[in-house]
Design a protein around this ligand. Structure first.
Ligand code: AKG
Ligand code: FE2
Length: 199
């Protein structure tokens, strides 16, 4: 089942807590952030290695942080840039709602429906045990799929809308996988910001 939601929703899932806030930013704020971030973020496309073969990552990314801790995943090590004023403002807003302090933000730019983010968990050691991850979306709505690693009936979809905030916490990164699948629909660009604490 795909859920379309218009108010704050807390999902009590086995081994996870998930909170979705559709209108974290209103439409005009979200429009402004989308176009500013599209222009000002230092977007890059990294190579990833899968079974010894090198591919271009199917999206653009960037890392910003208030410390100099790198973030390593899928054979990529990213070195952060310092937060821009705009990212600092967004971080403060997100921290109030998430009731959690973040050090870093990993940004993703999905250029069209062919860009994606495959099944994974954000379970790198440097994120700590039971990390809180706050994921902000601007631009084209995209499906977010999540499934439990062991409980085969626990498989769900959410649409992440323009200006929405999704908070993943509890044991979610240990027990669940998530992805942004490709879509054949003709859709525009989407920018996602995932705030994390990297120690
Ligand atoms: O684009 C999204 O909504 C998810 C991004 C994500 O899962 C990640 O960067 O780890
Ligand atoms: Fe993720």
């Amino acid at each position: 089942m795909t859920l379309f939601l218009n108010e704050k929703t807390t999902f009590q899932l086995p081994n996870a807590e998930l909170i979705y806030i559709p209108n974290f930013y209103n439409n005009s704020q979200a429009d402004q952030y989308f176009s500013r971030l599209r222009k000002t973020i230092s977007w890059q496309q990294d190579d990833i290695k899968v079974f010894g073969k090198t591919y271009k990552q199917p999206r653009l990314t960037a890392l910003y942080a208030n410390n100099n801790k790198p973030y390593a995943y899928s054979n990529i090590t990213m070195t952060p840039l310092p937060f821009t004023d705009e990212l600092k403002r967004i971080k403060t807003d997100v921290e109030k709602t998430a009731e959690h302090q973040f050090t870093s933000v990993l940004l993703n730019l999905y250029r069209n429906g062919n860009d994606s983010n495959g099944w994974h968990a954000d379970n790198e050691k440097e994120l700590g045990k039971n990390p809180v991850i706050a994921s902000l979306s601007f631009g084209a709505p995209r499906a977010f799929h999540f499934k439990h690693r062991q409980l085969k009936d626990e498989k769900h979809k959410l649409i992440l809308e323009h200006g929405s905030l999704l908070i993943m916490k509890g044991e979610m990164q240990h027990y669940w996988l998530h992805q942004i699948p490709k879509t054949k629909k003709i859709i525009g660009e989407r920018i996602n910001l995932t705030f994390r604490t990297i120690v």
